[in-house]
Design a protein around this ligand. Structure first.
Ligand SMILES: [Zn+2]
Ligand SMILES: [Zn+2]
Length: 367
């Protein structure tokens, strides 16, 4: 049936040379392919495995192999402490990445957790990208400090040696901070968001790039697919937008716009701003709806107010990541269904029912 043998409990097998911490004997190797489980730092009662799956209601606990992707059901007598610990971790410290009606994928440090049943977390997934924006703000500030320090150092150095380079003089003349920031931005993004070869439909003018410097006048229009946008660069010769210029669609538009928005918000955003932006997405209902609401029937990037722009960047990245996670989640759910069938047999045969019931109640908090 393609089903592996139930986990053997014989002492001394390779897989069982597990942690003796807290008396646990959880596996250190995959039961199917013997690939070693890496250490995690989040679980004292289950120190190995960086991807685990658990079902708090049925009292199941699996270690998921990164090599063969199969799930190893842990011995029932070693399960409950780790289960309690996991349930607490997912409730208090894990971030929800994505979920279906049956399983949720969460992350805590280097530990990926598949939890059977819907996770009840206040935190919504788009906070993940929001965090990237707030840390960008911190880095931007640090760059400012680095710039001031650099200017100071050049000034002192210049005095000490009796001479100052042209660059040094320019830095000291009040450009220090911005120069360092601009250089950092240029190093990361270059000068254009798109390169290619196209021509204006209205006047035939050849168009080869979309420079960041002209980003405010970029037109954003609803695309043919729901929640997708077209990006239109105005033609520098005839000034056409709607019936000319350079129109990017589909993935090309998406990639370009994500780059432009990251450039546009290079300074990041405050937590409060991210909070308001996340609320906008929440009220819109989904990242796709937010995109539709912000852009309406077409707007220039420069005309979108700041919170709306931040929300747009979060929504665009969220939608992309969500798509990848959904693919992964569908696969995980298929694994779970198969492994749960097997666990039901293994647990049912090897364990007296009262023990199982006790574990279940203890973890579910109904003991
Ligand atoms: Zn394996
Ligand atoms: Zn033109």
């Amino acid at each position: 049936m393609g089903v592996p043998d139930p986990p053997t409990e014989e002492p001394g097998t390779a897989a069982k040379r597990g942690s003796k911490r807290h008396g646990g004997t959880l596996y250190t190797r995959c039961l199917v392919c013997a690939h070693p489980f890496e250490a995690n730092e989040q679980l004292a009662h289950m120190p190995h495995g960086t991807r685990v799956a658990f079902d708090p209601v049925r009292g199941r606990l699996w270690m998921v192999c990164r090599a063969c992707r199969r799930w190893s059901l842990t011995p029932i007598e070693d399960r409950w402490e780790a289960l309690e610990e996991l349930e607490k971790l997912t409730r208090d410290n894990a971030r929800l990445l994505s979920q279906t009606d049956n399983i949720a994928l969460l992350k805590a440090g280097n530990l990926e957790i598949v939890r059977v049943g819907r996770a009840q977390l206040i935190e919504e997934a788009w906070w993940r990208y929001g965090r990237e924006l707030t840390s960008r703000r911190q880095k931007y500030r640090q760059l400012g400090i680095a710039g001031s320090v650099a200017a100071g150092a050049v000034m002192l150095g210049g005095w000490a040696t009796g001479g100052m380079s042209v660059f040094g003089i320019w830095l000291v003349m009040g450009h220090g901070k911005e120069t360092v920031r601009d250089s950092a931005r240029w190093l990361r993004f270059g000068s254009s968001a798109w390169y290619g070869r196209s021509s204006c439909e209205a006047c035939g003018q050849e168009l080869r790039s979309i420079p960041y410097s002209g980003r405010s006048s970029l037109g954003l229009f609803p695309g043919s697919e729901r929640g997708k946008l077209d990006v239109v660069a105005r033609c520098p010769r005839c000034g056409e937008y709607r019936d000319g210029g350079l129109r990017l669609t589909g993935q090309e538009a998406e990639r370009t716009l994500r780059r432009v928005l990251a450039y546009h918000h290079f300074a990041g955003a405050s937590e409060r701003r991210v909070g308001s932006a996340a609320k906008l997405i929440q009220e819109a209902g989904s990242p796709q709806d937010l995109t539709r609401i912000v852009v309406r029937d077409g707007r220039r990037l420069g005309d979108i107010q700041r919170t709306g722009g931040i929300a747009l960047e979060i929504a665009m990245n969220e939608a992309t990541e969500q798509h990848l996670l959904e693919l992964e989640l569908a696969e995980l759910e298929a694994h779970w269904k198969r492994e749960e069938e097997l666990a039901e047999i293994v647990d049912g045969e090897l364990t007296p029912l009262p023990t199982l019931e006790a574990i279940r109640r203890r973890v579910a908090g109904t003991a």
